[in-house]
Design a protein around this ligand. Structure first.
Ligand SMILES: O=C(O)[C@@H](CO)OP(=O)(O)O
Ligand SMILES: [Mg+2]
Length: 421
């Protein structure tokens, strides 16, 4: 006999994210048929700043309230249209629930209900199901396969769209690849973070932080930023390089560098211009010079041919991560796989809008040998769902910001607890 856990209540509200912008949070209550016991769980949608052009639509109200950023329409969509369609359904049928919301939305990009509305319901349903079954979320989504903890990629220096002042590259991350556990890896990263702070202070540079908690000093260029980070790693007593304790990852977020025409790049802060081929040469040099584990969005989201050429040239030396390129979308990932673009995918559930499609993207990536990196957004809440998903869905890595700011540490701390369990 199939177990039935019926959705009895769905309620959304508008809350604040870490940038002080409104976002949507949804609560789902389910009743276990055999016992009559009720379980409630909630999930919130995060929000990006350097959003990919091909992401599912995040519904915002427009108008004057919250400068147009309100999500009252998305809240209304959950409390009326989605609630009506899902109440009475079995919460254990996640795929079915997600498919129902897609059907109800009826658009290609979830622009009718809003991907933020849909995601908050999709994740809250999974969390409520896990709670009703008295299991942690990672176990519910991963079953017996949930046995590995990802390596953290900590963004300790912010640039690009995440800070107004300094560098064109958006994120400078450290990876404790030599750590034996995530608890140890997180500690190493936090130690490096504090040494970087000291180094910056000693040089009279600002230690104010960007959106993801990394420092945002006025540094002249990317090379200097990486050198500083490597110095902080050494000062903290660790080694840096392939096969050593730490490696470095970058998120160029090059879709923010659109030039006048396709194949042309303009870096807004330094004022530099590149063609696709010049940028490829630039990345080849950077990889030769520094211990770089991965580069995310090294090229624009529409520069498929450039991605293919770059992957052919350096794909055996470095991980090339598609964020804006793939937008967690199985259709775009499929195109990238068949063309040979990149060798890893960033997984952001809110780029696609449902848990089922997120799982599909991960399944496809794994099947084709692409690394998977679970990721936060630059606008986050204290919701820790992605920590559980990273374990449950077997992500190789997780990027969720600096070891400071509560919305970031909430995820790292959750991973420490999962590891202990
Ligand atoms: O580009 C990214 O990878 C993300 C998260 O770090 O930034 P945003 O959420 O602003 O898109
Ligand atoms: Mg990115």
């Amino acid at each position: 006999m199939a177990v039935k856990m019926t959705i009895t209540r769905i309620h959304a509200r508008e809350i604040l994210d870490s940038r002080g912008n409104p976002t949507i949070e949804t609560e789902v209550t389910v009743e276990t048929e055999t016992t009559g016991k009720k379980s409630t769980a909630r999930a919130a949608a995060p929000s990006g700043a350097s959003t990919g052009e091909f992401e599912a639509i995040e519904l915002r109200d427009g108008g004057e309230r919250y400068g147009g950023n309100g999500v009252q329409q998305a809240v209304e969509n959950v409390n009326t249209r989605i609630a009506k369609a899902l109440i009475g359904r079995n919460v254990l049928r996640q795929e079915n629930l997600d498919a129902l919301m897609l059907e109800l939305d009826g658009t290609e990009n979830k622009g009718s209900l809003g991907a933020n509305a849909i995601l908050s319901v999709s994740l809250a349903c999974a969390k409520a199901a896990a709670k009703a079954l008295q299991m942690p979320l990672y176990r519910y989504v991963g079953g017996v396969n949930a046995v590995t903890i990802p390596v953290p990629m900590m963004n300790i220096l912010n640039g690009g769209a995440h800070s107004d002042n300094n560098l064109d590259v958006q994120e400078f991350m450290i990876l404790p690849i030599g750590a034996d556990s995530i608890t140890e890896g997180i500690r190493w990263c936090a130690e490096v973070y504090h040494h970087l702070k000291k180094l910056l202070k000693n040089r009279g540079l600002s230690v104010a932080v960007g959106d993801e908690g990394g420092f945002a000093p006025n540094i002249a260029n990317e090379e200097e930023a990486i050198q500083l980070i490597m110095e902080a790693i050494t000062k903290a007593g660790y080694s840096c390089g392939r096969g050593k304790q730490f490696m470095i990852s970058l998120d160029a977020a090059a879709s923010e560098w659109k030039g006048n025409a396709p194949g042309e790049y303009y870096l807004p802060k330094s004022g530099k211009r590149y063609t696709t081929d010049e940028l490829i040469v630039h990345w080849e040099k950077m990889i030769r010079r520094f211990p770089i584990y991965s580069i995310e969005d090294p090229l624009d989201e529409e520069d498929w041919d450039g991605w293919k050429r770059l992957t052919e040239k350096v794909g055996d030396k470095v991980i090339l991560v598609g964020d804006d390129l793939f937008v967690t979308n199985p259709v775009r990932l499929n195109k990238g796989i068949s063309m040979g673009c990149g060798n890893a995918i960033l997984i952001k559930p809110n780029q696609i809008g449902t848990l089922s499609e997120t799982m599909e993207a991960i399944r496809m990536a794994k099947e084709h040998g692409y690394e998977t990196i679970m990721s936060h957004r630059s606008g986050e809440t204290e919701d820790t769902t992605i920590a559980d998903l990273s374990v449950g869905l077997g992500s190789d890595l997780i990027k969720t910001g600096a070891p400071c700011r509560g919305e970031r540490t909430a995820k790292y701390n959750r991973l420490i607890r999962i590891e202990e369990s």
